[in-house]
Ligand binder design. Structure first.
Ligand code: S3P
Length: 434
């Protein structure tokens, strides 16, 4: 078996300078592929994120009979088959590491007049699926799986759903999206309510492809059986990927970085709010819109940060950025408290336990709570051998920490950055060596 790749990050000797064009947004790329597949006519998706997770979605749609062609330069051409054009897959659909692929696809497959089976890698097979399979059962879906439908593989005997009003106990865009996508195939209206608004890319993308959607904070309704049309669209840059460089530039003295073409959807921009509350100097320039999504360039300068409290409605707006925020918090003045973030425990890994364990190796004082952590700021990182736990966001958070450590930080199992950010190490090298 191949040794998992190890990466070593040396302390930055000078400020980070230059420009970073972050890759396409992972969440938007998944939805673009799924909706283009269900539309009639051809779509072109530009700035598609060529990460492993998004190829899980591409390959799943291909397995369902949708022609998806890679035209090069991160452009996909999708010959949509329409709402009734998917075909029964010949084999188990492998969703790899991608929670978004499996959960959104379960919504689509629950409504198809055929049988399908979904599985994934060891991490995905541990993650909770009942939140989706159980909710879809309310629409009449027949989904079974290991541990009473909680774990993959899931077997879906699709068809005959009815519209539904669902009060979700969790603020999860994946749960909401699975129901909305299932609702596309039913006559009538499907409504989802959630405790706090989660990312709304599915709603925006549904409207962009021609569906009728009514949304207000915390509630969304889709009108079933719309006509979706092929579209030309460009995926905005991923704020979750930009976050690593944002924090790096804030922490490394004498830095000034421009992050170009970053999606700043208000359901995703909690990182900007929290970093500003911590004292960060961030400027948004050149605001515009792309395929229904707001975009801007972000100028980041080194700033003195102080600790903050993060909880409540902010959590879904920055859930994927919490690992790198922990790195910022450790170097900030004072204590940072993260609460209401129990969801971190069921991500690609248990991100509360994993981040706390790795931060301790760097010399940080951290306490974990069931739903978050308390990080004592004012730390100075020592060089260490740390682990990614196979989790892309932990690997990149550790790389950012390495820039401010007293000696090298070696990150074991670092190739997982390709899940969401192919080219991360090269981009990092590019701003460090200037
Ligand atoms: C995602 C939703 C979030 C997020 C994940 C991507 C999406 O998960 O953490 O990385 O694309 O819908 P939950 O829906 O489980 O909160």
């Amino acid at each position: 078996m191949k040794e998992p790749e190890c990466r070593t990050v040396e302390p930055a000797r000078a400020g980070l300078r230059g420009e970073i064009v972050v890759p396409g947004d992972k969440s938007v790329s998944h939805r673009a592929v799924m909706l283009a597949s269900l539309a009639r006519g051809t779509s072109h998706i530009r700035n598609f994120l060529p990460g492993a997770d998004n190829f899980s979605t591409v390959n799943a749609m291909r397995a369902l009979g949708v022609p998806v062609t890679e035209l090069g330069n991160n452009v996909l051409e999708i010959a949509g088959v329409g709402l009734d054009g998917l075909q029964e897959p010949q084999d188990v659909i492998d969703c790899g590491n991608s929670g978004t692929t499996v959960r959104l696809l379960t919504g689509i497959l629950a409504a198809q007049p055929f049988f399908s089976v979904l599985s994934g890698d060891a991490s995905l097979r541990r993650r909770p699926m009942k939140r989706v399979s159980g909710a879809l059962a309310g629409m009449g879906a027949r989904i079974t799986g290991r541990h009473g439908g909680e774990n993959l593989p899931l077997a879906v005997s699709g068809g005959n759903l009815h519209p539904f009003r669902y009060n979700s106990p969790v603020a999860s865009a994946q749960v909401k999206s699975a129901l909305l996508l299932a609702g596309l195939f039913c006559e009538g209206q499907t409504t989802v309510r959630e405790p706090y608004p989660s990312r709304d890319h599915t709603e925006r993308m549904l409207s962009f492809f021609g569906a009728r959607v009514e949304a207000s904070p915390g509630q969304v309704t889709v009108h079933g059986r719309p006509q979706l049309y092929g579209r030309e669209l460009t995926v905005v840059g991923d704020i979750s990927s930009a976050a690593f460089f944002m924090v790096a530039a804030l922490l490394v003295p004498d830095s000034q970085l421009r992050l170009v073409n970053v999606g700043v959807n208000p359901t995703r921009d909690g990182i900007l709010e929290v970093l500003r509350n911590m004292g960060a100097h961030l400027e948004l320039e050149n605001r515009r819109e792309e395929a229904g999504e707001p975009v801007a360039d972000i100028l980041v300068r080194t700033s003195a940060l102080h600790g903050v409290e993060i909880g409540g409605a902010l959590i879904p707006r920055l859930i994927d950025e919490l690992p790198v925020l922990c790195v910022a918090a450790a170097l900030a003045e004072g204590t940072t408290v993260i609460r209401d973030a129990r969801e971190l425990r069921v991500k690609e890994t248990d991100r509360i336990a994993a981040m706390a364990g790795e931060l301790v190796k760097l010399g940080v004082a951290v306490e974990t709570r069931d739903d978050g952590m308390i990080i004592r700021g004012g730390a100075s990182f020592q060089g260490a051998n740390v682990k990614s736990h196979g989790d892309h966001r932990i690997a990149m958070s550790m790389a950012v920490a390495g820039l401010r450590a007293s000696s090298a930080v070696s990150i074991a199992d670092a190739a997982c950055t390709d899940i969401s950010f192919p080219g991360f190490w090269e981009q990092l090298q590019g701003i460090v060596s200037r």
